[in-house]
Structure formats: C-alpha cells, structure tokens
Design a protein around this ligand. Structure first.
Ligand code: B12
Ligand code: SF4
Length: 500
C-alpha cells in the first residue's frame, strides 16, 4: 500500500467557503515527502463518496481530518467511523480546536487513533515518519494518543517560526478546487482572501478555546512574509480584499503598521481580530496608517461592560467597560468600524445575579450604539471550554455542567447549539434568560442590520429597521415574531455562525 494521505476539511459552511487553511498548512508540512490529496466538504455535494473512492484505490494509509466544534463534527464523526469499519488499516488522525480540547472523548471513540494537539507542522510529518518506520512516537511533541488504556499527552513544542515554514501549496490546492472560487464576495470586496498569519494569543481569557492549546503564547509571521504571500495570491488568482483568520492579528503594533504600509499600494480592503486593551494603546498615527491602508473593520472581544465579570474572564488583561466605550468612540474618528463581540450568560452566585448581568450587558450594548451607532454587535452565550485548572472552569463544573461523554453525543441537536454558542446548556442559565438574550439580539439586529450582510438591499434594511426600532427604543423585546419573520424570509445572515 502507498503511504498516501487523505486530508479532509469537513463542511463548515453553506455560504462562502474559505481557503481551507488548516488542512492546507498540514499538506505543506508533508508536501514532497508523502503523496496527499485534499477533500473539501465545503465544496463537495457528496464528500463521503469522494473519500470512499480515494480510499478504495488502496493508495492511502492515513486519513487526516481537521475538526472545529459545530457542524464540522457532522461529517468528521460518521465518516471517521465508516473508515474504521470499511478500511480498518487506515490510521485516523484528527487535529484542530475541537480535537485538541476534547481529546479524551475523541480517543475513547475507538475511531480516532491520534490527536494533534495544536500546530501540526512538525508533529504530523514526524508522526508519519515514525509510523512508516514502525519506530517510537512518544518523543514527538504536540501529540495525544492512547496506549494500553492510558491517554498519553506528549510535551508541547515551542511555537514554530512561521517565516521558516514551507509556503502553502496554493497551486496544488488549485488542482483539486479552483483557488479563485475560494476568493468569495464579502462585505470587504468581490474576491476576499482568507489568510492566517500567527499562532496563538498572548492572553488567557478564561472562556477561550485558544488558551488550553497555546498557554498565552503567540508568534506571528513577519509583515514582509505576509505581504509576499498576499501578493502571490492576488497576482496569481485575483483578490481585492483580505480577512485575517488569526485569533489576534494586532498583537504587535510594529508588525501591524509595517504590514499596513506595505499593503497600502495594493488597494486591498482588510479585516482582522484584536483586543481592545491592546489597540487602545496604539497611537493615533498607527490607527490612521491602518485605516489608510484599507482596514475597514476590526473584530474585538468586548465580552461585557461589567468590570467585575471582565476581571473574572480576562486574566492578564486590562480591559474595562469605560475603555470599551471610549474606544468605540475613538475609532469613529478614524472611520474604522468596531465589530464588538459580547459573551452573555456568565455564571454568578445567584439566579438574580445571572439575570442582572444579562440586563446590564443589554444596557451597555445600547450605550455603545449611542456613542458609535456603526459599531457591529455580535452576541454569544457563554459556552464553557475545558481549561483545566482555570478558576472559571472549576466554577462551571461545580455548578453541574458536564461535557458529553461520547463523541457521537456531540452531534445531537442540543450540543450543536452549544457549539454555535447560542444555547449552551449551562445549568445557571434559565430558559427565560436565553429568551431574553435571543429576543434582544433579534431586535438589535433588526434595528441595526449587520453591514456584513451584503444581500440585504437598502430598501429591506429600511423596512426591517422601521418595524424594529420602536421595540429597541421602548425596551419591549419579548416575542419579536414580526422581526424574525422578515429575517427568515430574507435569510438574514449572522456573521458569527455563517462566516464573518
Ligand atoms: C475559518 C474559521 C471558520 C470558518 C470555516 C470556513 C472554512 N473552513 O471554509 C467559519 C466561518 C465557517 C467558521 C465557523 C465557526 N467556527 Co471557526 N474558525 C475559523 C478560524 C478563524 C480559522 C481556522 C483556520 O483556518 N486556521 C488556520 C490554520 C492554519 O490553523 P489551525 O486550524 O489551528 O491548524 C493547525 C493546527 O490546529 C493543526 N491542525 C488543524 N487541523 C488539523 C488536521 C490534521 C489532520 C492535522 C495533522 C493537524 C491539524 O495543524 C494546523 C497547522 O499547524 C478559527 C480561528 C483560528 N485562528 O484558527 C476559528 C475557530 C476554529 N472557529 C471556532 C468556532 C467555535 C466556530 C463555530 C463552531 C462557532 C462560532 N460561532 O464561531 C462556527 C461553526 C459554524 C459552522 N457553520 O461551522 C473556534 C473554535 C473554538 C473551540 N471552542 O474549539 C475558533 C478557534 C475561533 C475562536 N477563537 O473561537 N470558522
Ligand atoms: S484575547 Fe481573544 S484569542 Fe486571546 S485568549 Fe482572549 S478571547 Fe482568546
């Protein structure tokens, strides 16, 4: 049997499939060493058939699957299970945020042989080498596997130097799926490139899935390296806009400004994710350079206006409610749209307090809209991540919360909602509180439809705003059926579930 590798990106979206950077970067790590193919679930009508056809050739020894929580599990789980049944000699290797955070359930399933814990660039080729030569793999960093009923988690590797990693094999991906079709129409432009320029994040927010994997480490590619890659994609495949998929693109002011200066002449509109307390410290001059270079909108984890809860969430950070408000106002001057995400429904000692926090956050969001009405608001409901040892996680477990024990349980409808951070099944959050959050969200989205929903015409915006505003102003949010009806008919898009 040849030692071919089938890399699978399960379906994550029905709208605007992005360049599948996770599996593409894994492909780069073995390119020239092991033959590989990519199957992109976002692009295939029947991905299982394609996978089965490949595997039936007998040319493959490895099935590598990237998995984030949510809809990707709906293909990752049944397909991996079928592969185990039909092609039992194939080694099944999972990577990505779900696999790394929920490694126990994955390995207990009996159909996941290895989990790559964080970056796979060094781990994956090393594992294949060890398996091919039937040698020891216990020394390979960032690896989790089961040996004689015991789960072995190897040491974490230092973050790799992204400038030294092999270039992503865009041209080879183009042979499987035309790359220009991945450059999709978004609020930013007609052909938006998805690019990932750094690993990790230097912070340790206690609700965040990045923390258990990167432990407050961050490493970014150089501004020049990013610029060269973007130029290559633009010149070879087109591209007029750019989304950075980094967890925290703006960590280094120097790198951001250098990149902004380089990209300015390319006429590219761009977007990325940041922290308010980091960018609050950026100089006015830097913010101007960033805007002039084409950065139209920046995503920020605002989380809450409550300083006490911020402290509970943001260990190591200096964000405050006052700063969140002041920064929304400051960005107005630079014509940069702040896209603020909030996490509502954090645990508190009593039911009254949980409810009060939600109400205070709703008032705070309205204050932000007052100082800068263009601010885009994204509302998540707090869904725990298993950050072992964190105070918040301990609290969550003590309050009776439990993750599913079986891998297949994750694809039950209620856990899917958990993944989408819409209905988290956390015991302290009562149904009336969830309704309150969802109703307010509906009224807010009706009064201020997201500028990223490019399908909503000016007339539709006007109609939905008109029917929603009275509720927003009067605070009567309950049962906004009429708004939901319009949102349903017009297929209103929420950037947080269908892509940014
Ligand atoms: C792009 C993206 C999406 C896209 C997917 C588009 C597509 N594929 O076409 C869209 C917008 C649809 C999406 C949706 C969601 N996403 Co998303 N997404 C991302 C994002 C921004 C980038 C992923 C990426 O390309 N990374 C770049 C690659 C190079 O890095 P990587 O994935 O870490 O891969 C490395 C390693 O992990 C490892 N690895 C990964 N996979 C594999 C596989 C194998 C075989 C091996 C060996 C190694 C390996 O090696 C790689 C190279 O070193 C990440 C954040 C991030 N920075 O990664 C969030 C992220 C993965 N998403 C997340 C979530 C929660 C979601 C949602 C489920 C919910 C939500 N509300 O956002 C939705 C689901 C909705 C849906 N319809 O599926 C979370 C996961 C957190 C968690 N709890 O585990 C992340 C981390 C964002 C965050 N900070 O919260 N997402
Ligand atoms: S700043 Fe963002 S990416 Fe970093 S730990 Fe906090 S929530 Fe996660």
């Amino acid at each position: 049997m040849e030692k071919g590798v089938l890399l699978f990106n399960p379906r994550a979206t029905n709208f605007n499939a992005r360049i599948p950077n996770s599996v593409l970067q894994v492909a780069a790590s073995i390119d020239g060493k092991y033959p590989w193919v990519i199957v992109d679930g976002n692009k295939e009508k029947d991905p299982w058939r394609k996978i089965e056809d490949y595997l039936a050739t007998g040319n493959f020894s490895y099935f590598g699957c990237t998995v984030m929580p949510g809809p990707q599990l709906k293909e990752a789980i049944p397909f991996s299970k079928k592969i185990r049944d039909l092609f039992p000699t194939i080694k099944i290797i999972w990577g990505g945020y779900f696999a790394s955070n929920q490694y126990k359930t994955c390995l207990e399933s009996g159909f996941v042989d290895f989990v790559i814990n964080g970056p796979g660039d060094y781990t994956f080729p090393s594992l294949l080498d060890a398996l091919e030569s039937k040698s020891d793999f216990s020394y390979i960093k960032n690896l989790i596997y089961k040996a004689e009923n015991e789960i072995i988690k190897t040491a974490k590797a230092e973050l790799l130097d992204l400038d030294k990693l092999p270039a992503l094999p865009y041209d080879k991906l183009n042979e499987f799926y035309p790359l220009s079709n991945y450059l999709c129409k978004t609020y930013l432009g007609k052909k938006t490139i998805a690019y990932h320029s750094s690993f990790g994040c230097p912070f340790t927010c206690s609700f965040c899935a990045i923390v258990p994997i990167y432990n407050a480490r961050w490493k970014g590619k150089s501004a020049k390296g990013i610029y060269d890659d973007i130029l290559h994609i633009k010149q070879t495949y087109g591209g007029d806009s750019l989304e950075f998929h980094d967890n925290n693109f703006f960590v280094s002011e120097k790198r951001t400004v250098e990149f902004a200066k380089q990209i300015k002449s390319e006429n590219i509109t761009w977007w990325g994710e940041a922290r308010i307390d980091t960018m609050y410290k950026y100089s006015d001059e830097s913010l101007k350079v960033i805007r002039d270079s084409g950065c139209k909108m920046i995503f920020f984890g605002a989380e809450t206006g409550n300083d006490e809860v911020l402290k509970q969430m943001d260990k190591g950070g200096t964000q405050t409610g006052a700063q969140i408000l002041a920064f929304a106002e400051r960005l107005k001057k630079f014509d940069i749209i702040p896209e603020y995400s909030f996490v509502l429904g954090m645990p508190a000692p009593t039911e009254e307090q949980v409810n009060k926090q939600i109400e205070e956050d709703i008032s705070f969001i309205k204050k932000i809209k007052k100082v800068n009405p263009d601010t885009e608001i994204i509302i998540y409901t707090y869904s725990p991540v298993p950050t072992e040892g964190s105070d918040l996680y301990e609290k969550v477990i003590a309050a009776g919360f439990k993750f599913p024990e079986k891998l297949e349980d994750w694809i039950s409808p209620q856990w899917e909602k958990f993944d989408l951070r819409k209905n988290p099944l956390t015991p302290w959050l009562k149904p009336y509180m969830i309704d309150k959050i969802r109703d307010f969200e509906t009224v807010l989205n009706g009064t201020y439809p997201s500028c990223s929903d490019i399908r909503l015409t000016p007339l539709k915006r006007k109609i939905i705003k008109t029917i929603s505003s009275w509720r927003y102003v009067s605070g009567i949010y309950s049962f906004p059926k009429e708004i939901r009806l319009f949102q349903k008919i017009w297929k209103y898009r929420q950037p947080e579930t269908e892509g940014f």
